[in-house]
Ligand binder design. Structure first.
Ligand code: ZN
Length: 94
C-alpha cells in the first residue's frame, strides 16, 4: 500500500491527490465524478464526497463547500479506512 500524506481544504476536509494510474489500480475509471471528463492528470480523491474529481471540479468544490462540524467528526472516524480501501495508507502531515 502506498503511504500518502493527507491534505486538507480550508474548510477542513481531507483529500489526497493521486495519479490516473493509481485510480485505475483501485478499479476507478479515471472519470471525474462531477463533470465526467477523462482525468489524464491529477485525480483528487475526497472522502467526504466519496468521489474522485478532476482539478477543475475540485477547485470549484473547495470554493462552494461549507464547513459542517458533523462531517468533520465523521471524517475523523472514517477517512483513513476509506482511503485505505483505495490503496493508500493516509498519514497526517507532520
Ligand atoms: Zn471534473
Amino acid at each position: 500500500m502506498k503511504t500518502i500524506q493527507l491534505e486538507y481544504t480550508d474548510k477542513g476536509y481531507s483529500y489526497i491527490k493521486c495519479t490516473r494510474k493509481e485510480c485505475l489500480n483501485w478499479g476507478g475509471l479515471a472519470i471525474c465524478d462531477s463533470c465526467g471528463c477523462d482525468m489524464l492528470e491529477e485525480v483528487y480523491l475526497i472522502y467526504i464526497l466519496g468521489q474522485a474529481f478532476c482539478q477543475k471540479c475540485f477547485k470549484e468544490w473547495v470554493e462552494r463547500s461549507k464547513k459542517y462540524e458533523d462531517d468533520l467528526t465523521l471524517q475523523k472516524q472514517n477517512h483513513k479506512r476509506w482511503y485505505a480501501a483505495h490503496g493508500f495508507k493516509a498519514i497526517e502531515k507532520i
